[in-house]
Structure formats: C-alpha cells, structure tokens
Write a protein that binds this ligand. Structure first.
Ligand code: SAM
Length: 284
C-alpha cells in the first residue's frame, strides 16, 4: 500500500483528537499543504532506502512525504502527545513497519540516533532553529545534506556572505560546516495556524571540515565575540577571548593577515579560523 499524505482537514482533526492547541512556544505551525512538503523532500533529493532525520515532526505532514519516497526516518519531537501519536498516524497512512522511529526528546539534547542519517529534513521550530541546526551538524557528522524551513530572516542569515547586512555569527558558523543556499519562499497560507512571519527553504551541503575540533571551538568563540561587540573592532573582541591586551590581539591579527581595524562582518569562516590558528605562536 503506497504511503498517503495528510490533508488539511486531517491535520486539524488529529489535533482536535489529541485535544491540543498548537503553541507558539514550541513553534507549532503545521503544514497543511501536500505540495509544500513534497517540494521540501524533492529539494533534499531524498532517495529510497536513505536514512533521514527530521526534527519536530509534529502531526506528521512532512514525515509522511519523506516516507513516501521509501526512505527511513528518525523523527525527534519534544511534545510527548505528538511523539506518541505519530507511529499510529504513519501506520494508518501505509508506512511499513520499521520505516519510522520516533524519539520523544528535545532535539537540542539528542546526542545519539539509531544509525547514521545522511539527510536532515525539517520544518524547524522558529525559536530554536539555528541552535538545532548547528547542534545536528556538529553531533551527527554523517549528515551530508539537508533542506530546512526557517523564518525568512534566519534563512537569509544562514545563506549570507561576508559584507552583507545580515551576515552574522550564524552565517559564519553555518559556513564552517558547508555551503548554504536559499531554495525558495513559502506562503504563510500553507500553515495551520497561519504564522505572523514569512518562511523560506534553505538547503545545505556539508563540506570537508575547515579545521580540527579544537580549532573549531576556538573559532566559534572568536566568532561569538566578534559579533557580540559589533561596533567594536575585532582586536578588542579578540583581546577579550584571549584574555590579553589589544596589542597582543593586534599581533595575532597581523600573523593571520587580517587588518587590526577589520570587523567581524567582513570575515569568512576560513579567515576566523586563520585568526584562531594565529593565536598559537608560529613554530620556530
Ligand atoms: N514538521 C511538522 C510540519 O511541518 O507540519 C511540524 C513543524 S512545527 C514548525 C515544529 C515542530 O517542532 C513542532 O511539532 C514542535 O512541537 C517541535 N519542536 C519544538 N521545539 C522542539 C525541540 N526542541 N526538539 C524537538 N522538537 C521540537
């Protein structure tokens, strides 16, 4: 029996049956449009037999579209009622036994998944979308690509290049893990309840790591400091991270080939890494 998708009326009926009112706190805006979920799955190039991890499956709209391809899904849902109901919804929609695993957990705290997922697909809860993305990319290195739906401003940030107005810490950190692209806009009307923000689709492809894990951790601290103190020059932010003087920080920047007057908004992830590397004195 082929997998069938959830219709708009069924999404509402499932919520009513669970006696639930979607909450803003958990970013519960459910997709009620089959074309939208199929588009996400298509953009992610999900193939039969692949292992996909989904964050926040909710009532299952996107989950069923992933399962329709013949892929396997591990879905991580923080809302117990939704996590508990999902297997029954999947079974009623023709999903074969064993194709779906549901973890009833906060995605930010998940450190182990059954097997190694190759793809991340999610309509992310708005308030934690960037932390969830960064956590999954860091923790599950088998994730090679993905497509996520996020608030428009967040998507623009993730895909921004240095020098752009919206380039920030999330942009530089996301670029550490790979390349990002805006893959489309999504109408507010495809959600229930209708959100008061616009959404976009963002695709990513993982790249080779830019540096070691120790280097990444120091690089991310430098990125955080650089963007927390946007109006200050980089050497002041760096002095804070290193616990040294502005002169010492200037020397590090010079070794990294970065102007002491530079600002975080102008630097790529690779240049931030160059600064992290230059904090250790060059070997004699
Ligand atoms: N995927 C569903 C869809 O497209 O209709 C629901 C998407 S809704 C925008 C976000 C989902 O993430 C909700 O089901 C919510 O309960 C869940 N969620 C919120 N915070 C979470 C967290 N920290 N970990 C896991 N799931 C979370």
């Amino acid at each position: 029996m082929p997998v069938s998708l959830l219709g708009a009326a069924e999404v509402r009926a499932l919520a009513a049956d669970l006696d639930m009112t979607p909450t803003k706190k958990l970013g519960q805006n459910f997709v009620v449009d089959a074309n939208t979920v199929r588009k996400i799955v298509h953009l992610a190039r999900v193939r039969e037999g692949e292992h996909v991890v989904e964050v926040g499956p909710g009532l299952g709209s996107l989950t069923l579209a992933i399962l329709e391809t013949g892929a396997e899904v591990t879905a991580v849902e923080i809302d117990h009622r939704l996590a508990e109901r999902l297997p029954a919804t999947a079974a009623a929609h023709g999903v074969p036994d064993g194709a779906l695993r549901v973890l009833d957990q906060d995605a930010l705290r998940v450190t182990e998944l059954p097997g190694d997922p190759a793809v991340l697909v999610a309509n992310l809860p708005y308030n934690v979308s960037v932390p969830v993305l960064l956590h999954f990319l860091e923790t599950f290195r088998s994730i090679a690509r993905g497509v996520v739906m996020v608030q428009a401003e967040v998507g623009e940030r993730l895909a921004a290049a240095p020098g752009s107005k919206v380039y920030g810490a999330p942009s530089a950190k996301a670029a550490w893990w790979g390349t990002w692209r805006l893959a489309g806009t999504v109408s507010r009307q495809v959600f229930w309840p209708v959100p008061n923000v616009d959404s976009v689709l963002v695709g990513f492809e993982r790249a080779e790591p830019l540096g070691s894990e120790d280097e990444r951790m120091l690089t991310f601290r430098i990125i955080d400091a650089a963007f927390q103190q946007r109006r200050k020059m980089l050497r002041q932010a760096l002095a804070g991270v290193l616990g040294g003087t502005a002169a010492e920080a200037s020397a590090v920047l010079e070794r990294a080939g970065i102007a002491p007057t530079a600002r975080g908004e102008e630097l790529t992830a690779t240049q931030f890494l160059g600064i992290a590397r230059a904090t250790s004195p060059a070997p004699r």
